[in-house]
Ligand binder design. Sequence first.
Ligand code: CP
Length: 308
Amino acid sequence: MDSLFHVVEAQQFNRELLTEIFAVTKEMEEVVSVYGSSILNRRIMATLFYEPSTRTRLSFESAMIRLGGSVVTTESAREFSSAAKGETLEDTIRIVEGYADVIVLRHYEGGSARLAAEVASVPVLNAGDGPGQHPTQALLDVYTIQKEIGRLDGISVAMVGDLANGRTVRSLAYLLTRYKDVKLYFVAPELVRMKADIKEYLSRNGVYFEEQEDLIEVVRQVDVVYQTRIQRERFGDRTKDYEAARGRYIVDTKVMEALSENARVMHPLPRVDEIDPAVDTDPRAAYFRQAHNGLYIRMALLKMVLAA
Ligand code: CP
């Protein structure tokens, strides 16, 4: 079995390791049901967040506390850490590794997690690096698909919305190559289509994909609709481009009518207007359950890098 240290990108996981992570994740669901564990007693996790977060930061922190560990944190690190005085990320990591046993990093630049891992002597867990990747989100997404649909081989997934800037869809596409007979349908406004690097990787790994414009037609064929937000923060001053992209594809009750009874709607969240709140009470709306699975996945990762 491969051991786990840094978690930087989705391509680092093979199928065997994914199976192991999901087995530990299932155990973590049981740990939470009995009010936690003390296996990470006296271990410290540092969360360095240079971009906003609700789910990733709080679920990592909750995960550490539920396993008996402690947390030191800087949110809004761009303003409130010494980055504001000009300290480099590498120097910050060299300092924080002396204070903590594991570092969870969210940064606004793609490649920052890899850079941090190159200088860190403690595990670095990538909590999202700009438009690059979000591997722990992809792990919880795949775990959710397994739990909700009951299989991963043969799964068909529609990825919808901002596929160019969405780090979650990028990481998810990489992870799904580890399963057999996967079909991916990309449904995105022209300006934010899936990038060539992902399409090349899918082709190299023999994964079927197609780009489609008609969301209703696509949802009739899939097990999972993975909706994403058009990411205003990646458009800079290109307000017109953002306005042209948003609102093009919305999951509403009409889309739900076309979706099969056993299919699911997922979303990494936060959402803005791309899923109508009227969909929330539909049992096929899995996005809040999906976010809760993030706690179990992050408990499993912390256990595996610190206590295995
Ligand atoms: N899905 C996700 O990464 O959410 P946050 O930005 O709230 O962490």
